[in-house]
Design a protein around this ligand. Structure first.
Ligand SMILES: Cc1cc2nc3c(=O)[nH]c(=O)nc-3n(C[C@H](O)[C@H](O)[C@H](O)COP(=O)(O)OP(=O)(O)OC[C@H]3O[C@@H](n4cnc5c(N)ncnc54)[C@H](O)[C@@H]3O)c2cc1C
Length: 365
């Protein structure tokens, strides 16, 4: 049930703000969403779109439960977006391979105990599955349920779906501070004037601490830069996502390969750097030697919203009845977005929660 006459204002048009706006508006809530720039152009655009497998029922940790919930929602959400606004978000269960020689020895038992299909492959089995991989990679873990999506397509679909559900979408509308009256947030002061509402959600990604500053509130969300190189070959050389520690190669069906990513504390500087791009290209060519001949199509970086303990912040801002945050998803904001949107919708509409959010609360430390 929605609280009657409830106007919800969301700050931030990344995957978290847009997904939440869509889930709310589908249930008839009146939603305004504003962004300081164009919608969906920051971390959510820059990401690689890897969606690791999850299992809500078997997951042991809060992070894996949120992932499990999200992963269970992706197929239906993707189909709904395709049917409703005619945009394919590129969601595909392409499978993934975790290269174990890279020193990250993720145990088969660990995946399995979280209820996830995982199979250890020998070097020769790996080459049989993906013949273009270097013969010197050692063993790997095969994760057949790993999926991926095309971030820009997903964002385009979410924006169209929000518009179709009558979400008021405001781009080029930076929020400056809050209008506080009688101990409650009444509105936001923005570049386009004052925007009033009943409940407010901050989904400002790496900028979320700045949004809270005028209330003297600090949660510790920080920008962590990630750089990516996009390579292009005439035809696909491999079809599964390849994970090598914190780095990865994501093959698209059209022959493009995303190679990522760095983890850098460089403030809000979004430059790409020669050394990071060189390292990423070296890694790609070591893993798939035929990529040596690939065209370099583009390089970019994005600012992930890092949090002090790696978990996102989901819930009410302490001391404020009608102010909420959904931010700090770090390297996992795409994969966690449907689950985040579902629980934030439930919180904002006073509905029973699909997930215990205690581990994600803002005052957890
Ligand atoms: C290189 C890279 C690779 C990644 N790969 C993956 C991956 O494979 N899988 C995965 O799950 N995740 C991945 N991520 C992480 C994921 O992209 C992020 O966790 C996610 O996009 C965060 O979404 P968000 O909506 O919180 O932030 P953002 O997308 O950054 O959106 C926040 C929005 O708030 C707006 N905003 C800020 N301040 C204001 C203001 N004052 N007024 C109005 N609007 C404001 C910004 O303009 C922005 O549009 C990757 C990230 C990067 C950078």
């Amino acid at each position: 049930m929605k609280p009657s006459g409830c106007e919800i204002v969301i700050v931030g048009g990344g995957v978290i703000g847009l997904s939440t706006a869509y889930f709310l508006a589908k249930e008839g809530a009146a939603v305004t969403l504003l962004d300081k720039g164009e919608l969906g152009q920051e971390a959510s655009w820059a990401g690689a779109g890897i969606i690791p497998p999850g299992n809500f029922a078997a997951a042991k940790s809060p992070f894996h439960r949120l992932r499990g919930l999200s992963v269970s929602l992706f197929p239906k959400l993707s189909e709904e977006l395709r049917e409703w606004v005619g945009i394919d978000n590129g969601y595909r269960r392409s499978g993934g391979l975790e290269l174990l020689a890279a020193g990250v020895n993720s145990a088969e038992a660990e995946w399995r105990s979280d209820g996830i299909r995982a199979e250890r492959l020998s070097e020769s089995e790996l080459r049989r599955l993906e013949p273009e991989l270097s013969p010197r990679l050692g063993a790997a873990m095969h994760l057949p349920d790993m999926a991926q999506l095309r971030n820009p397509w997903h964002l385009r679909a979410l924006i169209a779906a929000c518009a179709a559900c009558k979400v008021r979408l405001l781009s080029q509308c930076p929020m400056h501070d809050f209008v506080v009256e009688g101990g409650r947030i009444r509105g936001l002061n923005t570049f386009q004037g004052r925007i009033d509402g009943d409940r407010f959600l901050l989904a400002g990604g790496a900028w979320t601490d700045a949004l809270l500053r005028s209330l003297d509130c600090h949660i510790g969300v920080e920008p962590v830069r990630g750089q990516i190189v996009l390579l292009r070959t005439d035809k696909p050389l491999f079809c599964r996502v390849l994970l090598s520690g914190p780095r990865y190669l994501v093959p698209r069906e059209d022959g493009r390969v995303l190679v990522g990513s760095t983890e850098e504390h460089a403030g809000f500087d979004k430059r790409t750097t020669a050394s990071a791009i060189r390292d990423l290209i070296d890694l790609a060519c070591q893993i798939v030697p035929a990529l040596t001949n690939a065209a370099v199509e583009k390089c970019w970086s994005g600012l992930r919203p890092g949090s002090p303990d790696g978990l996102p912040f989901l819930g009410r801002v302490p001391g404020w009845q009608n102010l909420f945050v959904a931010a700090g998803h770090f390297r996992s904001g795409i994969q966690l977005s449907p689950g985040t949107a579902l629980v934030m919708k439930e919180i904002l509409l006073d509905q029973p929660l699909s997930l215990d959010i205690t581990p994600f609360q803002l005052d957890r430390t």
